[in-house]
Structure formats: structure tokens, C-alpha cells
Design a protein around this ligand. Structure first.
Ligand code: ZN
Ligand code: ZN
Length: 887
């Protein structure tokens, strides 16, 4: 024997006095062979008894002393003793005293008020205690199943005391779950601090794995602990019948084998020299097959360190394999039997599972459901061709996107629901079956293979089914189901009414959605009268209502302007139908119920809707699919000289145009939807486009196009003002001055630039509007005209509770420093289409240079010349930071 092998005995000798006398310590030498890990030799120490929960201090002391002796030894020794600690630590199990649980609070299911205290089992009843968390699906299932069992079986319920104790760290999660799901057969508690690794009780019951279901008898003794809800009825009934508490189960009682020393040696040799190779070279076994062979020699270590042999085992075999591998295993076992003899082999456990069979059953059920509904899975293609006008080149450039699909072509939502409701229970059944197949953790990775196989199969079938729902621009809108309105739990559908434009705004409480709300509110309020029945705007939320409670507190009143709806479930299928991958996401449905637009951002919603309102219902109804010849004629036109007429728009930010053709191909059948034109044009420049469209009309009637048109509205300013609104000082062409376009008033520099650092929030300023600065005298008067309405922003003020910060988290285009103090947005730079790129900003320092004609002005102009900046240009002053684009 090597020295290393004895180190554990030396250490054990030093701590033995800290272990109670009646604990038997066993030293087990094991040769273990597994398919994936090969042959491993280990020495284990094991105790026959555990410290009780009351002896926890003694256990801690034992661990401390033990650690001081194992410290500095090699990892294997440390691991060996860590495992030993596991066998001796306090653990609540069959036969333990359950005791009292501290640090819990009782929950009133009606009010959700809690009462702190402790929990004791009822002495005259059988107690059923479920430990669970709303974040662990498996534990939710167990609780629901038991709740159902008690609901159905009132006799059983009368005899027991059902308690559910949650380990949710966040009470809100738990509340929201209990509110939605009626778990009324149980009395509810929660651990005030959720899972807490320093809580002795939680550790002793291993509540890091959920669920744990404990049956505690009348005498506060644990009858049984399990993770399986379907065992509970039996456990309780047996207990009630016999009425007796059980003996501790882990103690070493049964007589163990001691085979002949020579025989043992021979088995060991064969295992090491031949069987290990035979197993590792057996390529016919599946990844998910589990097989374990071991050989054990074990001694009892007495208090004075003497060893007494208590076991010399046969070759033990455990396997859990798929049905396909059954023959392989039988053959393998026969080979071993031939080598070792029948008597020297002991099969401890054998399980034959059939994951491929389950996959087949799932697929068959899916095919059956399709057949019943007369649907087939097909290959089809969606081809989207976009012709984008490229300003620099003066031509249309083609871009083709092909989506190849395997799914059900043209699947309607109702049909999807019918099929899904047929297959979903079957999916669920097998999923649960495989997830709860085995309680043992010794071959977790092989079990995971099976779970993956089945879950992947289910996900793939679900995806295939769902993918047929996806709708493109140009197709008909389909009613959206399973939402409820703000402040009302009733389920409703989002429908389209003829002659009404429906705008669907998918949002979440993220920054990108948030910054759109001011514009949307302005848009809805300004058009309240004209919209009435003609335009309907709905905001559909990504998450369920509970997620947004804080948001609506902070943005009080927003729900009075916007119709908010919330999904009944997360990830509903409408997200697939309308291609919602990110939030925000707009879907616009026109008067006849065609999807006209699906997009993350819309440059000018108001203008777009204004033009759609002008469309005639009858015209829209005449839209027809495009045939091959018409398609060829239009695309030829797009590539012809006619586009010369668009050359007048030489600034790409002032004009954009594209044509979209969408074609479906399924087998031999081809369908091409009526073509789409998207274009954006500045106010007053319409005539240049009209010439082009007239030429197009000769090729293919314009009425047959779906046209999404946006007009960029512009403003002109009158300069100068006559006098300062506050001090009445005279203003003229020579005086630099400020102007509020929101109330149409001018201010002198002195009044407008007051900034009282001692005042609070907005009161730091005398004029609280966002102001435009005129850098008079103006060298270039053209800066007064053609200013985008959008560029002026919404004149927002900082929201209640938000900080009045002057750090704008935006870099200055003049000096690249982060903007602190006031932020100045150039109103004339980059005019036109408002994209993420479309602002030029200056900091306070650069502003001072611009205003005073300072030494750095030349540098600032040079750096911004690519955006067309000159120092006459108007600057919009934003006092406080409210978000990137919110001003
Ligand atoms: Zn003044
Ligand atoms: Zn700067």
C-alpha cells in the first residue's frame, strides 16, 4: 500500500474523537468503470449516521478541525473528505425530527399581507409540506398536481394539513404567480430571505433543489421526502394505514458479500486488463446510454483505528440504456459472464428507456393532427425584391432577399390554434415524463441527452407549425387574440374595421420605446377629432401587465391617451405573425385590412397616416396581384432613363424612394403581390417626383401600387424680434437673441442666459422652454427657411423624480468631448429624413467660440463641414439631459 492511501486514515485518526461513538465509519475501496470516464479507482470514507440538525454546531466544529488537517494535502484527499462530510452532515430525511422552521412568513391569499414568525407542523395531523419556487417550473408542476389531487379528493384532504412554502427571493414574483394561479388547497408561507445558503434548515433539506415534498407524521417525524408528486398519495395512504414512523434508512444494516480473496483478485484483474477495454471500444452504445460497473472492498474503521473487513463484492452492474442498445448490452454482459462466471456478477439496477420511441410518438401525433385538419408541411419561398434609389448614382439598385421555408403555407391563426391545441397536451405529457424519469443524479449528462433529444424535436415541430403564420407586408391582417386592456382583465381581440387605419405599436419599457411616446402622444392629441373612427392606435406590450406597474406609476396618465393592451401569456404567436423581433415595432394596416408596413421605426407617423387617410377605399379594393409581364415592364422602367427626373434631389437626406415586390412560390404556384412604393419628400418638392410617377403610370397604372408616402414638413422663421419679452429691451438684426418657437416669443441674451445654480431644477432658468439661438448678425439668411418640424422636438421638461443632469451622454461634434452644461442642436445641418445619424450637436465651450468668433471657431467649422455646417446656422438649446433623443 502506498503512503498516499494511508493519509486519509491518519487524518481520520486525528478527528475521530469529534464523531459520536455510535457512528460506524466505513472505508470503501472502489474500482469503478464507466463508458465515458473509463476505469477510476477511489477510496471513500462513509459514516453510518449523521449529525442531527440540533448537533449542527458540533458538525461545524468537526468540519473546522478536519479542514485544518486536510489543508495542504493534494486535491484528491481534500475531495475525499469533502465527500465524507456529505455523508455525515445533518440532513432531514425519513425518520428525522422535522422540528420548527424559522424565518418564514405566513401569506394571506386574499390580501397578500404577510405575518412573520415560524412554522410548526400540526401534532395531530399528517402534514404535507411542499417546498417550491415560482421560478422553478418543475416545482410549480408538483404543487399544481398536488393541489389538483386535494381538490379532487376531499377525504384525503380532511386527513392532512397541506402547506406550501416558497423559496422565492422576490415576493413580487410569488404574488404575481399566486394571483394568476389559484393554489387554494394549500396554506402558504415563504422564506423571508428566499434561498439562503446560511440557513441550516434549508441546507439540511437541500432546498437548492426544488421541489422537495415532505410528509411529516403526527409525531413531527419525517415520514418521507421526495421530489415526485405522484408518489405522495401512496406515501400518505401507507402511513395512515400503518400509523407508524419509520426507521432511519441510511444505516448499514444488511449483511454484505464477502467473496473469496482469490476470486476477488481475479475479477479485479480481468476488470482492469480486459473489461475496461471492451467497454471503451464498444462503439455501438449511444451517447445517452449509461453503464457503470464496480467492485468494492470495504473495511469498518473502529475507534482505535483497527480495520475489520466487511465487504468484498462481486462485480456490480448498473445500466440505463435505450432500447436500441439492449442487444449490445446483453452481448457485453455475456462476454463478461464467460470471463468471470455467472456467480460473480450482480446486476444492481437495469433500466431500458426509449427516447427515440417517444420522438416517434410525438412526430406521429403531430402528423395526425395535420392530417385531421387537412394541412401539409411544404417547402416554399418568400422573395422580397427591393429597388432602392441611390441619390449619388441617380439609379435604382436592386436588393433581393430570399426566405426558404418548410412549413404550412398560408396557415390561418384559427387553424394554427386548432392544431396546436391538439398537439400541445401530447408534447407536454412526454416532456414531463422525460424530465421526471429518474430521481438519481449519478448520470445527469446522459439523461440530459434524452431530454435534449425530445425537447429539440418538440421545439422543431412547434417552430415548423408557427412559421406558417408569418405574414408579410401586402398580406391581409389577421385578428390578434389573447390580450387584455389596461385596467381590465377581460380577454379581447384586436380587430380591423373596414375603412379604418389600424396602427399597432409593439413596445417594451426600454429606452427605444420610451423615447417615441412623446411624439406619439402629441400625434394622438393633435389629431383626436379627425382620427375618431378613422384611425385606431393600439400599444401592445411585450410582457404581461405586472411587468409595467412601475412604468405606469412613473408615467402617470399616459394610459388615458394611448390604448394599452397586455398579452395573456408571454411570447404569443402574434409576435411571429407580425415579425416582432425587437421593440419598438410598428405594424400599419390600411383601410382595406392590408398590412402596409412592418418596421422598427417610422420617420414621420403623422405624415404617413395623413396620406393613407387620403386613399380611396374603392381604389384600394381594386388592387390585384402582379403578373410576370407587368412585373417585367415595371422593373425595366425602374432601370430606364426615366430616373433622370429624380436627379434634381441631389441631397440624399431630403429624398428617399424604393419599390418593393413580394413573391411567394410554393411548388409550381407563384404569386406576386401588388407592388409597393415607399417615398419621403420635402414639403413643396412634390413636383419633381410627380413627373416621374406620371411616366410610371403609363407603364402600369399608379392605382395598382400600394403607396406609402411621407412628406417632411418644414418651417420658416421671421427674424429679428422686436423686443425681449421679459425686459422689453429692443432687439434688431445686429443683436444675438433667443426665440421660443413653442410660444412665438423673443428674448434678449441677458434674460435667456440666466442660470441660477442655487435654484432647484427648472427654476435655474428664467425661460424654461428649449430656445433657438440666432447668431446675429446673420451672414447667411437662408438658415431661417426650410427647417424640419421634427428637428424642434417636443419642448419636454425633466420628468418628476428624474435628475436635472447637465451631462448629456452625447459627444460634441465640435470638439469630441462629452457635452456638459447646455446642449446645442444645429437646426439646419443634415436636413430631411430623421435617422439615428441626423443631428449635429455642440457643447457649451464650442457654443461660446461660435458666438464670440473665438480662436477655435475655424477648427469647429472644419470638423463639421462634411455636414454642411456654417456659423450662421440656428442652434436649439436643451438645458437638461432627458435621454438621447428626448427634447
Ligand atoms: Zn431681456
Ligand atoms: Zn464642443
Amino acid at each position: 500500500m502506498s503512503n498516499k492511501e494511508k493519509i486519509d486514515l491518519q487524518i481520520l485518526g486525528k478527528v475521530r474523537h469529534l464523531i459520536p461513538n455510535n457512528f460506524i465509519i466505513e472505508r470503501i475501496k472502489k474500482h469503478e468503470l464507466q463508458k465515458n470516464t473509463g476505469l477510476v479507482k477511489t477510496i471513500q470514507l462513509r459514516s453510518s449516521k449523521r449529525f442531527t440538525l440540533e448537533q449542527n454546531d458540533k458538525y461545524d466544529e468537526f468540519c473546522d478541525v478536519l479542514d485544518s488537517f486536510t489543508f495542504g494535502n493534494d486535491l484528491e484527499v481534500i475531495k475525499q473528505f469533502d465527500n465524507f462530510k456529505e455523508t455525515i452532515k445533518p440532513k432531514l430525511m425519513k425518520g428525522s425530527t422535522f422540528g420548527t422552521i424559522n424565518g418564514v412568513e405566513n401569506i394571506d391569499l386574499n390580501t397578500f399581507q404577510t405575518k412573520k414568525g415560524c412554522f410548526r407542523t400540526l401534532q395531530d395531523k399528517t402534514n404535507l409540506i411542499v417546498f417550491w419556487s415560482s421560478l422553478v417550473p418543475k416545482s410549480i408542476r408538483a404543487l399544481q398536481q398536488l393541489n389538483e389531487l386535494l381538490k379532487q379528493n376531499k377525504d384525503l384532504k380532511l386527513q392532512i394539513n397541506p402547506i406550501a412554502i416558497s423559496l422565492d427571493g422576490d415576493f413580487n414574483n410569488l404574488k404575481s404567480y399566486l394571483r394568476d394561479n389559484q393554489i387554494k388547497e394549500f396554506e402558504h408561507y415563504r422564506f423571508t430571505f428566499g434561498w439562503d445558503s446560511s440557513n441550516e434548515f434549508q441546507k439540511a433539506l437541500e432546498l437548492n433543489y426544488l421541489p422537495k415534498i415532505v410528509v411529516v407524521g403526527k409525531d413531527n417525524y419525517v415520514v418521507d421526502v421526495t421530489t415526485k408528486s405522484n408518489k405522495i398519495e401512496d406515501i400518505i395512504n401507507t402511513y395512515i394505514k400503518t400509523g407508524e414512523s419509520v426507521q432511519e434508512s441510511e444505516e448499514i444494516h444488511q449483511q454484505k458479500d464477502i467473496i473469496e480473496k482469490e476470486t476477488y483478485k481475479q475479477i479485479k484483474q480481468t476488470l482492469i486488463q480486459t473489461i475496461a477495454n471492451q467497454l471503451s471500444q464498444n462503439i455501438k452504445l449511444e451517447q445517452s446510454d449509461f453503464i457503470k460497473l464496480n467492485l468494492i472492498k470495504s473495511h469498518k474503521i473502529s475507534h482505535d483505528g483497527n480495520q475489520e473487513l466487511i465487504e468484498r463484492s462481486q462485480l456490480n452492474i448498473v445500466y440505463d440504456i435505450s432500447v436500441q442498445s439492449e442487444q449490445v448490452i446483453i452481448q457485453f454482459l455475456n462476454e463478461i459472464k464467460t470471463q468471470l462466471g455467472n456467480n460473480n456478477i450482480h446486476i444492481q439496477k437495469q433500466l431500458i428507456k426509449d427516447p427515440n420511441g417517444i420522438v416517434k410518438k410525438i412526430s406521429d401525433a403531430f402528423q395526425d393532427a395535420l392530417k385531421q385538419n387537412n394541412k401539409v408541411i411544404q417547402d416554399y419561398t418568400i422573395k422580397t425584391e427591393t429597388f432602392n434609389y441611390v441619390n449619388e448614382k441617380g439609379v435604382f439598385q436592386q436588393d433581393v432577399q430570399l426566405i426558404n421555408k418548410k412549413g404550412i403555407f398560408n396557415l390561418k391563426f384559427q387553424e394554427y390554434q386548432t392544431i396546436y391545441s391538439q398537439v400541445q397536451p401530447i408534447f407536454k405529457k412526454y416532456q414531463e415524463e422525460i424530465e421526471e424519469s429518474d430521481e438519481e443524479h449519478d448520470h445527469e449528462s446522459e439523461q440530459q441527452q434524452d431530454r435534449n433529444l425530445i425537447n429539440n424535436n418538440i421545439n422543431q415541430l412547434t417552430d415548423t407549425l408557427r412559421s406558417g403564420l408569418q405574414l408579410t407586408v401586402g398580406q391581409r391582417f389577421q385578428t390578434i387574440q389573447n390580450y387584455h386592456k389596461f385596467g381590465n382583465d377581460q380577454q379581447i381581440q384586436i380587430e380591423h374595421k373596414e375603412n379604418q387605419i389600424l396602427i399597432i405599436f409593439y413596445w417594451n419599457d426600454n429606452k427605444d420605446s420610451d423615447r417615441l411616446f412623446p411624439t406619439i402622444i402629441k400625434f394622438l392629441l393633435a389629431n383626436e377629432d379627425s382620427f375618431k373612427d378613422n384611425v385606431r392606435f393600439v400599444a401592445l406590450s411585450q410582457h404581461k401587465f405586472d411587468h409595467y406597474q412601475h412604468y405606469f406609476l412613473k408615467n402617470e396618465g399616459i394610459e388615458e391617451v394611448i390604448d394599452f393592451y397586455f398579452p395573456i401569456e408571454e411570447n404569443q404567436t402574434d409576435l411571429i405573425q407580425y415579425n416582432v423581433n425587437t421593440f419598438p415595432h410598428f405594424v400599419i394596416i390600411d383601410k382595406i385590412g392590408n398590412i402596409r408596413l412592418q418596421s422598427r421605426q417610422i420617420e414621420d407617423l403623422e405624415s404617413l397616416i395623413e396620406h393613407q387617410l387620403e386613399e380611396g377605399l374603392d381604389n384600394l379594393k381594386q388592387l390585384v396581384n402582379l403578373n410576370e409581364e407587368q412585373y417585367n415592364q415595371i422593373t425595366q422602367f425602374l432601370q430606364s432613363d426615366a430616373s433622370v427626373n429624380l436627379g434634381q434631389f441631389n441631397n440624399k437626406r431630403q429624398f428617399s424612394m424604393n419599390f418593393i415586390f413580394i413573391e411567394f412560390q410554393c411548388g409550381e404556384n407563384k404569386t406576386r403581390l401588388s407592388p409597393i412604393i415607399n417615398y419621403t419628400i420635402r414639403d413643396g418638392k412634390q413636383k419633381y417626383v410627380e413627373t416621374y410617377l406620371k411616366l410610371l403610370n403609363k407603364v402600369y397604372s399608379l392605382i395598382q401600387f400600394q403607396v406609402n408616402k411621407t412628406t417632411q414638413k418644414t418651417l420658416n422663421f421671421l427674424f429679428p424680434g422686436k423686443a425681449c419679452k421679459l425686459c422689453q429691451n429692443e432687439l434688431n438684426e445686429q443683436t444675438p437673441q433667443y426665440y421660443s418657437p413653442f410660444i412665438d416669443e423673443f428674448y434678449c441674451v441677458k434674460c435667456a442666459e440666466v442660470f441660477d445654480t442655487k435654484a432647484i431644477g427648472n427654476n435655474k432658468l428664467r425661460v424654461k422652454d428649449n430656445l433657438i439661438f440666432f447668431n446675429a448678425p446673420l451672414v447667411d439668411k437662408s438658415v431661417l427657411n426650410d427647417i424640419d418640424v421634427n428637428r424642434l422636438g417636443n419642448n419636454l421638461k425633466v420628468k418628476k423624480g428624474d435628475p436635472y443632469s447637465q451631462r448629456h451622454a452625447i459627444d460634441c461634434n465640435g470638439c469630441d468631448n462629452e457635452i456638459r452644461g447646455f446642449r446645442y442642436i444645429v437646426l439646419n445641418c443634415l436636413p430631411g429624413k430623421l435617422t439615428d445619424m441626423a443631428l449635429v450637436d455642440f457643447c457649451q465651450d464650442c457654443f461660446n467660440q461660435i458666438r464670440q468668433g473665438g480662436t477655435h471657431l475655424e477648427k469647429i467649422v472644419k470638423r463639421t463641414s462634411m455636414y454642411g455646417y456654417n456659423p450662421s446656422m440656428l442652434l436649439l438649446r436643451i438645458p437638461f439631459y432627458m435621454g438621447y433623443y428626448e427634447y
